[in-house]
Design a protein around this ligand. Sequence first.
Ligand SMILES: [Zn+2]
Length: 530
Amino acid sequence: MRLFINLIFVFLLFNSVSAQDISIIPKPVHLIKREGNFIITTNTPIVISNDADIKTAEFLNSYLKKNYGFELPVKREDVKNSILINTKPSNTGKDAYIFESGPEGISITGATYPGTFYGMQTLIQLLPLQTSSSLKIPSVRIEDEPRFAYRGMLLDVGRYFFPVEFVKKCIDYTALHKMNYFHWHLTDDPGWRIEIKKYPNLTNVGAWRNKTNIFQFTDSTAGSEHYGGYYTQEEIKDIVQYAKDRYITVIPEIEMPAHSLSALVSYPEIGCTGGPYAMPEKWDTYKEIFCAGNEKTFEFIENVLDEVIELFSSPYIHIGGDECPKDRWKACPKCQARIKNENLKDEHELQSYFIRRVEKYLNGKGKTLIGWDEILEGGLAPNAVVMSWRGESGGIAAGKDKHMVIMTPSEYCYLDYPQKENEENVQDWMRLLTLEKVYSYEPVPKELNEEESRYVLGGQANVWTEFISNPARAEYMMFPRFTALAEVLWSPKGERNLNDFTECLKTQFKRYDLWRANYCRIFLDSTSSE
Ligand SMILES: [Zn+2]
């Protein structure tokens, strides 16, 4: 009887330790727990077989240095009791990896270099949360691969400017969640944030406004009379490389033909009325947009895109294309002449003409155009990728039309929406977007058949910043919902389970603490803290 009780005790102890130690988000495809542990000490070497895997080794070392205060030696020759990183390229096309840990060491084998990097993120999630120079890793075997090829985060820096250090933090958060695209919303009505050498006014004029807080919401940073900022080309190159080292592609977004007031203030001749224009000082949908009848507009856009293409290695360039009021085009002689000369039916077809023309230019430079789902109106550009944000309908239409689509419907993916009742800075048009709702999202719309569903590249969490003016607030709105969407985009549909996820979140909250990241303590207590 005594032996039986002891066995029960050992069994409970083993299981409670396992449950506590193994908390991997996104949930892996296959995970087998084994007995025993491996201890990482300051002398444990990281062994790499391919030069390119050095990036993955460096990521682990930078994570350890930042959060645990030490780094590990990196070696080329295989030795025992090591962390062996080995990419063995396969042609499956998936960024898969196999992770094994046991008393003798750890091995991470990726089918691609990103796959190996994702295996390293799994190791990071197996590290104990207590800072120590001796880290106990439970024994497991994991086989894992992403469900979707596109797993993204959008950061809007047009409404509020976020410093380089925070942009890099967001790229790290993206990497730590095994996500691979960072969509950088660089231009909008209240701010142009990317240095363009040929057009210095864009950042001398268009990056600045006379009010910090133009939307009159609660914000302790409000008050400055001259607000703004931009990224120099050198800073952008640095950020693009930083992301590349983490197997993340940075997609720049340059908004057109609408959301372009900051460009028109800088260069009034490319607007329909010719100005004068003023930087926004209140919330509105601005009627001032690029003139589609003026050749100078296209010259400007092509010159801007030339510099953008030089800076970003991304195969995709996002050109916005959303929320375009047609008032100015209706009244503009140049725009009306274009409609007549190009045999266009109306202003919607003029928008389609605009986007097709820009797409042709980008395709000629070897780039693929992405636009918000409004680019479907008036006829879709032939090779464009659609980002479906006004619900799923844009995604369904694109999929049926055999166009690649990235799903980011606002009711599931807009992290500026409140995550609980009585949130600050909530507007009437914002719907409640709870953690559970994000987690329940299924990126393949049921309206698409198996063939059509192949056009769904993946999905994205969008951090719009009309009402988010500083990094702490951005993190609070991101976490934990961004973590939930990471699992939606990575883990097999049938394996997702809200109870398992919320259990893992308890550990994830401690990780946020370790990262000194702000987050909404939803599920931990009934009152929020910020
Ligand atoms: Zn015009």
